[in-house]
Design a protein around this ligand. Structure first.
Ligand SMILES: NC(=O)c1ccc[n+]([C@@H]2O[C@H](COP(=O)([O-])OP(=O)(O)OC[C@H]3O[C@@H](n4cnc5c(N)ncnc54)[C@H](O)[C@@H]3O)[C@@H](O)[C@H]2O)c1
Length: 261
């Protein structure tokens, strides 16, 4: 059943733009659909060019204003090119959502220097430098801006190498931290930044996982199911909406209860 996001008024993002990284799959794609359904102009950014073409074309058929930008968020020049595209093609940049990440599951002695570097480049440095470029634009925007960085419950629990590993979990813990640091620095500046902290979510990121393991993960969650990309997209819409106007520097757990503390 298609998610309609009926909690949000039709057209509530009309006249607004959003850049979403990781928009060719999973939560990023669903977030692109959600913003498009509510009238936003959407820049879908991903390293997966074929995925962008396919899903971007699908969304355009609904009448949505969609841009597709190929980007490797682990590469500074590529990030610069993506924002150059936004500067040239959008009236202004109102919202940025960072979903792009790689998940890795190596045991401690399988992890070498190169592995750590790649995970941190994409998941942590990629997130920070997207945020930095976004803030630069939003500070000049009279309407300000809203940023959501997608972290992970692994950033809270750690990763033991079975589904997620040490560098992945460290990159996500650091994402939670960077959101707080940027929020501190931007206090009073009309740029709202928050983290979304998803629990286990049934997306293509986990397509390699044995279905029996997925069932066990679901059974161990208080809600007795894994999250859906739609659950995350709805929470991201909320964080970018005026309904969240007092939500700042926070991490919103959308996790079926996995992070009960
Ligand atoms: N699925 C889960 O259980 C889960 C749980 C907690 C957090 N998360 C986080 O949620 C976010 C979205 O995950 P998902 O489940 O939708 O994953 P996904 O694998 O379905 O989508 C990730 C997207 O990021 C893109 N990407 C990867 N590296 C990139 C790069 N260097 N440059 C540009 N794009 C790149 C991929 O091409 C893909 O389209 C990620 O940050 C992930 O860490 C996922």
């Amino acid at each position: 059943m298609p998610q309609t996001y009926s909690t949000f008024a039709d057209g509530c993002f009309a006249g607004r733009s959003v850049l979403i990284t990781g928009a060719a799959s999973g939560m990023g794609l669903e977030t692109a659909r959600a913003f498009a359904a509510k009238g936003a102009e959407v820049v879908m950014a991903d390293r997966d060019e074929a995925g962008l073409e396919r899903y971007g074309a699908e969304l355009r058929k609904t009448g949505a204003r969609i841009h597709m930008v190929t980007v490797d968020v682990g590469n500074p020049d590529s990030i610069t090119r993506a924002f150059d595209y936004c500067d040239a093609n959008l009236a202004r940049l109102d919202n940025v959502v960072t979903c792009a990440a790689i998940i890795t599951a190596k045991r401690i002695f399988e992890q070498d220097w190169g592995h750590w570097r790649r995970v941190l480049d994409v998941n942590l440095l990629g997130t920070f430098f997207i945020v930095q470029a976004a803030v630069k634009r939003m500070l000049d925007n009279p309407a300000g801006g809203r940023i959501v960085c997608v972290a992970s419950d692994a950033g809270v629990h750690g990763g033991g190498g079975l589904i997620a590993d040490t560098p992945y979990a460290a990159s996500k813990a650091a994402t939670l931290s960077l959101v707080k640091s940027v929020a501190r620095e931007l206090a009073g500046k009309n740029v709202r930044i928050n983290a979304l902290n998803p629990g286990p979510t049934d997306s293509p990121m986990h397509s390699h996982i044995d279905p029996a393991l997925k069932e066990r993960i679901a059974a161990n969650l208080p809600m007795r199911r894994m999250g859906r990309p739609e659950d995350m997209a709805a929470a991201i819409l909320f964080l970018c909406s005026d309904a969240a106007s007092f939500t700042y520097g926070s991490a919103l757990d959308v996790d079926g209860g996995s992070m009960f503390r």
